[in-house]
Design a protein around this ligand. Structure first.
Ligand code: HPA
Length: 273
């Protein structure tokens, strides 16, 4: 059995349930999963071949549970390239989700705000990305059973899902901007010159995750929704340094709003996917 199949069959035995939707919870957002009913939790270190997350603010477990009548899988904590994981390890969880029967992925992350219209704590729907991580997780032999050799990426972030998310946000009176996410390797934050460069090439947000996962999800034909929390304004915008603690604090401050949004958005996505 391949590592992928081993992880999938292990989770099938542990979970006995097959949700159609999975949510990846970024820094400080693990609390979303705690509100689910009939929870089953599987720590990442019990799943064969699953990379353990080492980042602060990432719990490192898979939680399956009910949001009303909707079954969802939450991935609390993710592996990052900056931790030294390979592109294959970083995207392993997305491949497992697909093989478990998940059709739609929702990604959340913390990001630096490049667009000057954003404020710290803003929620931003990702409309597109710029891959500056220096890797592509699809490099190497292509498994044609998963997806095509040269996958189209013109709608990696589902237009329909974005429409639904904006509709729900408006109903809840939650401001939800939209923007382009530049994915960098990290782990150092950017320099002010790099942020000016990113703004010039059309980026509104900058972060160190999500891009490889979305490429792999898109390759396998999954629908993607991604929401960034602007935990800080990017380097050089404000006369202050960026601290990881600040990123976590802002994540914690807006998490209730993001959780409220996710709770209303997820059931709508399922019915349409
Ligand atoms: N840069 C990159 N990644 C980030 C940032 C940032 O400013 N904030 C949160 N994640």
């Amino acid at each position: 059995m391949t590592p992928l199949d081993e992880a999938v069959s292990y989770l099938q035995q542990r979970l006995h349930r097959t949700p159609k939707i999975a949510v990846v919870l970024g820094s400080g957002l693990g609390v979303f999963a705690e509100a689910l009913a009939d929870r089953v939790e599987v720590p990442y270190n019990e799943i064969p071949h699953w990379p353990r997350s080492t980042a602060i603010g990432h719990a490192g477990k898979l939680i399956i549970g009910k949001l009303g009548s909707l079954e969802v899988i939450c991935l609390s904590g993710r592996a990052h390239l900056y931790e030294g994981y390979s592109p294959q390890q970083v995207t392993f969880s997305v491949r497992v989700m697909k093989k478990l029967g998940v059709a739609s992925m929702v990604f959340t992350n913390a990001a630096g705000g490049i667009n000057l219209a954003y404020e710290q704590g803003a929620l931003v729907l990702i409309s597109d990305h710029i891959n500056l991580q220096g890797i592509n997780p699809l490099a190497g032999p292509n498994d044609d059973s998963l997806g095509p050799r040269f996958p189209d990426m013109s709608e990696a972030y589902s237009t329909h899902f974005r429409y639904l998310a904006k509709l729900v946000a408006a109903e809840l009176h939650i401001p939800l901007a939209e923007g382009v996410y530049a994915g960098l390797l990290g782990p150092s934050y950017e320099t002010p010159a790099e942020i000016r460069y990113l703004r010039a090439i059309g980026a509104d947000l900058v972060g160190m995750s999500t891009v490889p996962e979305v490429i792999v999800a898109s390759h396998m034909g999954m629908n993607v929704l991604a929401i960034s929390c602007v935990t800080n304004m990017a380097a050089g915008i404000l006369p202050q340094k960026i601290h990881h603690e600040e990123v976590l604090e802002t994540g914690a401050r807006v998490r209730d709003t993001l959780v409220r949004l996710l709770r209303e958005v997820l059931p709508r996505l399922e019915s349409k996917s």
